[in-house]
Design a protein around this ligand. Sequence first.
Ligand code: PLP
Length: 431
Amino acid sequence: MRPVTYQKTREGEISVGGVPLRDLAQEFGTPLYVMDYQTLMENIARYRQVLEGWGTAYYAGKAFCCRAMVELVDRQGLGLDVVSGGELFTALTAGLDPGRVLFHGNVKTAAEIRAGLEVGVGHFVVDSLDELHQLDEAARAMGRTAAVLLRLTPGIEAHTHEFVRTGQFDSKFGFAIADGIADQAVAVALRMGNIELKGFHAHIGSQILDTEPLVANAEALLTFSGQVLQRFGFWPEVLDLGGGIGVRYGESDDPPDVTDLMTRVRMALGELTPRGMRPPHIIVEPGRSIVAEAGLTLYTVEAVKTVPGGREYIAVDGGMGDNIRPALYQAQYAAELDQKAGDTPERQVTVAGRYCETGDILIPSIRLPDPARGDLLAMWGTGAYNYAMASSYNRVPRPAVVLVNDGEASLWVDRERWDDLTRRDRPLRPA
Ligand SMILES: Cc1ncc(COP(=O)(O)O)c(C=O)c1O
């Protein structure tokens, strides 16, 4: 939930990465996204250690993508999963070898496909027959061969919010195994001149808190591979299990242990690889489980308001523009006020955002110690799908991102300014 470097003094002063939150607010302003280096490194190391020699983690850039994050991913030896030309461009700007990029997405425009082929991305993850044909034709026109993983929907229901569930049969993503479309895609891909089929992919959802569906996903891909071997004589070099491993947003969340989970996947790999075949190289695409708990958002309380007979609201200087998840998925977050001594009496309040939507509520109900205007509020676990999903709704500029480590803070992304918001605007014509 909180970054591993979280500390709180008896007087209630909170620091992360050795930097007091108050100093961060003073230097960089609020709202502010803060990422803790040590938490990022520990989360990355967990995947690297357990996968050593048989798998590779490709960080899912959609969770949090900026140049410095890709540079960190590069230095730590991970690959990168991108879902757009913009994420690919960021990866190239950061100097990542395109061979370590997986190009995802249920829609890739013609320009994005060409860009991916041009720079030589390591793998395309293909989502439809139309895309397969488009990729083959583009590769032929450019004299290239595209290495491909087919995205499958294995029919596994992950117990998570329906908006982030993707592995069920009726999904906009992938080829369903059950209705034979996946078989058909294999047959088509194997016949194509400029497609090199490398293996299969399935991502069943996000914020999954049970180990079982994630292991079942690996088993389903291996079982399907066994059937494909019999029907087509094709055995995959690569199986990509997607991401989706959940994190702790609140005290009661109990996410899977990455090491245990991957150890079980490795056992399944041993058991379900047919005799005489080489076990496929396993790819996983963790996003949230690398960045979520490394991140927090720092807000200033701007107003405290009690509605007679209703709730007490504390309104902060951010909201759905920097964190759409509570409005989008009813996502729950924990938060804490800085500089409140342990004996300060608490009140039950609602944390409201500043945006002109009734639904802009960051936390519907939380106990906080005597909240007052000017307080600093730290919302925990905001490293994933916050900055990445941010908008400038209401023409409120997007916050800066800073990294904290060993008592120092460095800017990863500048704060958007009012003139950034009007930079691409054109005057009314005719004048
Ligand atoms: C194909 C794919 N891979 C990986 C991820 C990352 O998931 P998470 O951030 O839950 O690990 C997603 C998230 O939606 C995804 O769609």
